[in-house]
Structures are given as structure tokens and as C-alpha cells.
Design a protein around this ligand. Sequence first.
Ligand code: ATP
Ligand code: MG
Length: 243
Amino acid sequence: MTNALEIKNLVKRFGGLTATDDLSFDIEQGESIGLIGPNGAGKTTVFSLVMGEHRQTSGTITLYGEEISKLGTSSRIRHGVSRTYQVPRPFAEMSVVENIRVGLMPDSIWQMIAQGPNREREIELALSVGFDEADLQRTPAELSMGDLRKLEMARTMATGPKLMLLDEVFAGLTVAEIAQIAELIQQMRKDGMTFLIVSHDLKALEPLIDRTIAINYGRMIADGSFEDVIANEAVRSSYLGTA
Ligand SMILES: Nc1ncnc2c1ncn2[C@@H]1O[C@H](COP(=O)(O)OP(=O)(O)OP(=O)(O)O)[C@@H](O)[C@H]1O
Ligand SMILES: [Mg+2]
């Protein structure tokens, strides 16, 4: 079976700093992977490289059997991958539905003129992440962190991904908001979505993943079940600080 994602010998240098260092791993279609590691380990850099927001120094990225390492971000999105941002990035002047509309926009202006906005789909996406009708016209300034993360999820879902990269989706959320996002992810897993999830909240992360990958200084230090990775000496000393 074709893997959803294959990362091979991925290196990214920012000047003298090596943010990912010969990193290789695969994700099967339908799998949900937790990507953990200390601050600065290179987790977000992996996301930027997969999306083509940064170009790798060397190595390859293959999505559903097709090498995407040299493609631009919008072609990669068309190939079925999308991401959320650690710090939510909504368009400040736009409402919740308008922000989702941007994610739903076809690539070509001609297509957009032909199709027009898909209002039903915008509202469906907003409601599916837990907004209610009254929230639809709110602007980002009026939203809680929980709502901003929901909006990130909806914008990311709007491009129709098969693989979603979630960066710190639980950061800054209340227990109730964490439960809501977790439930949404579980539902999407049931529907066949593939996930790569970065989270410092290991308690929230654990039930959502099939496998855990730990990195430090951009290098793989463990890949396996959550229990095994958490028990790993290198993970404990670099990340959990309890060795
Ligand atoms: N655009 C950039 N230019 C220069 N250095 C960068 C850039 N982006 C990231 N880095 C550096 O690369 C390393 C990895 O950063 P990255 O943001 O990927 O870590 P992270 O694992 O996501 O950390 P955190 O848990 O704090 O979000 C860090 O040392 C960071 O300072
Ligand atoms: Mg990060």
C-alpha cells in the first residue's frame, strides 16, 4: 500500500543551525502519528518543509507516491496535505465564515467566477468544528483561543486534505476546549483522515495517535508506541527531564 507520507534523509539548515538532521520516517494512509520533542527540536520545521514553505537543504518528501519536494505550497495542498499553525493566523478583517471561504477558494479565478462561493460548505465546516450560528459573523478579535484553534482546523479542512499536520492544537486551551478538538480529531480519524500531530500536551495527544516519533536537535531519537517512546532513555533525558 502506498504511504501517505515518506520523509527520507531530510536536512534543513538555517545558516549554521541544523533544524532537521537526516530525518526519515513514513506515515501510512489512515495512521495518526504524534511528533514530540523539546522546544526547538525541529517539529514545526518538518511541517514547513512538507508544505514547501521552506525548501529542504537535502532529502526528499513523497506524498501518496509522488515526490513533492520541489513543488510549491499550493500544488502540495492540491496533492492532499494541509497544516495548522502553532500561532493561529486568521485574516483579522474577515469573519469566521469568510476565513473558511479563503480555504475553500478554487485556484483559478475562472473557476471561482464559474462556481461562486460555496456557502453551504462554509457553514457546514464551521459547524463541524463546533462553532454555532451566532459565531459565524464574528471576527478573530472576538474569538477565544479555543475558537481560534477551531477556525484553524476548519481552514485546514477546507482545502480537502487527506493528510493533516496539526501544530500544537491544544496550546492555550481550557480542558473543555481540548476535549472538543480531541473529539473532532477522533471523528476525522474514523472517517479515514491521516494525521501528524505536534503537541506538548502528551495527555491530550496519547489517545489520538497510533504511533509516536520523538526528535531532538532535528534528529530522530525514537519511533514506536507511545509507551515505548515515553519510556525511552534518550526521550526521558532530552524531553521529559526525568531520567
Ligand atoms: N526561519 C528560521 N530561520 C532561522 N532559524 C529557524 C527558523 N525556523 C526555525 N528555526 C530554528 O530551527 C530550530 C527548530 O525550530 P522549530 O520551530 O522547528 O522547533 P519546534 O520543535 O517546533 O519548537 P517548539 O516546540 O518551540 O515549537 C530552532 O533552533 C529554531 O530557532
Ligand atoms: Mg513548533
